[in-house]
Design a protein around this ligand. Structure first.
Ligand SMILES: [Zn+2]
Length: 433
């Protein structure tokens, strides 16, 4: 089988299992018994998925044992036969556990490493579109990446460009501003369609903790001082990367999962990695998107990570996310004529940290949000900010958004995302998975 056929077969297999599940749960609530042949195909299917989508580092496979009996997870690589598993899922419990992971992942995460008890959750309802309000009943989370509200903060978080153009002028731009206004424009359009929208940051320049970074830093420094700790060498930037960033990600994850969205978009803009240190424009313009998976060495140390490995392995969340990403990248190509990345080997981080999917430009990558956000998601990088056409956009801001001059392209990108969401929502509601 070629890659595409294999991916399609895998997709249908997952869909098939979930469908069987729905039927069994509806009319036959007792535990299903699998035949030996079915156990074989479950073992084959999940082993394939583990190796092609979930594990970048193959040594991690020693912590995941998929056998004729079911799935075992180990807290660390087992050193002997006697080493006991942290988690065991017999195939008999697979369908029930899948129902928890797919439709009530919060309860399943709380119970991990035990299986949740109580009545099975009902399948999540994805409302079908109505003529006037195509997204009525949909809950959509938008995460505008990074935090800066000005160039000084953008420099501290290392997310800015200053590029000298051939005419001698310097174009300066910071990504957080692009992400913020794209998310705002998109939120407006989605709300007009009847969707309920969550933004993980409540205002431009605020962190996901709802305060500016400098305020967090002042409070943090004071608390260390009061605790009698030595502050020598601790700078605002060091604290940002060593302590703050984890808390900010945590806040984003908590907000999104508490909102229980039908769909999450994580909004970023890329730079061409081959153009480092970004002092001149690149000649390439490409899009890409990420979903969870691709665990690397050392990334299965926490129970949280092992739970999400299971969730991504056993649910349709990855297949759904890949489909959302593909729909969005297709829409970006149709609206902005930017194609998905075609030379992935030139982007170091893809080679080092990502695994390809069957969808062009869509990669598995174990980013905190791609791993920990429940349900279908798309982590989007629609274009390179350092391409001349993009730099012209950042320089000549032609769009007025509530008195703020912003680049036209942000509205184009938001429009492409909006169309893709409508399109995917329609497909998803029709399928009623
Ligand atoms: Zn970014």
């Amino acid at each position: 089988m070629d890659r595409k056929t294999l991916a399609r077969a895998k997709h249908f297999f997952t869909v098939g299992i979930l469908w069987i599940h729905g039927t069994i749960v509806a009319c036959q609530p007792q535990t299903p018994t699998w035949t030996v042949a079915q156990q074989d195909s479950l073992q084959w299917h999940y082993t394939q998925k583990l190796h092609t989508q979930i594990l970048k580092n193959k040594a991690l496979a020693s912590q995941v044992q998929i056998s004729q009996e079911g799935i075992r997870l180990f807290a660390s690589a087992p050193k002997s036969e006697k080493y006991s598993a942290e988690f065991f899922l017999p195939w008999e419990d697979l369908l029930a556990y899948q129902q928890w992971l797919q439709h009530a992942p919060g309860a399943a995460e709380l119970a991990y490493p035990r299986l949740p008890s109580g009545a099975l959750p009902s399948p999540r309802f994805f409302p079908p579109p109505t003529a006037n309000l195509p997204l009525r009943g949909w809950r959509i989370a938008l995460d505008p990446g990074h935090i800066a509200g000005d160039m000084a903060m953008a420099q501290l978080e290392g997310k800015y460009l200053k590029i000298k153009m051939p005419d001698g002028k310097t174009v300066a731009v910071f990504e957080s501003e692009l992400n913020w206004f794209t998310a705002r424009l998109l939120a407006d359009a989605l709300m007009q369609d009847g969707a309920e929208v969550l933004l993980t940051r409540s205002a431009f320049g605020l962190t996901a903790l709802d305060i500016p970074y400098q305020e967090w830093w002042a409070t943090y420094r004071d608390s260390l001082q009061k605790a009698g700790q030595n502050l020598a060498g601790l700078t605002a930037q060091k604290a940002f990367f060593e302590t703050f960033q984890k808390r900010d990600f945590e806040a984003r994850v908590q907000k999104i999962n508490a909102f229980a969205p039908h769909l999450t978009l994580i909004i970023h803009y890329n730079v061409d990695a081959a153009n480092q240190p970004w002092q001149k424009p690149t000649q390439k313009q490409e899009s890409m998107a990420f979903v969870g998976g691709s665990f690397e060495a050392g990334e299965l140390q926490k129970p949280e990570a092992r739970f999400h490995l299971l969730r991504l392995l056993l649910t349709a969340h990855l297949a759904e996310s890949i489909e959302v990403c593909q729909t969005v990248l297709t829409s970006i190509e149709a609206n902005l004529q930017i194609k998905p990345v075609r030379e992935p080997h030139q982007q170091d981080f893809l080679r080092q940290h990502a695994l390809p999917t069957a969808a062009p430009g869509v990669y598995h990558r174990n980013l905190t949000l791609a791993r920990r956000v429940y349900g279908p998601l798309a982590y989007l990088e629609p274009l390179y900010q350092d391409h001349p056409a993009a730099l012209a956009q950042w320089q000549y801001r032609q769009l007025d958004y509530n008195g703020q001059k912003i680049p036209n392209w942000l509205a184009e990108v938001a429009r492409a995302y909006h169309k893709a969401i409508r399109n995917w929502a329609q497909k998803k509601a029709a399928r009623r998975l």
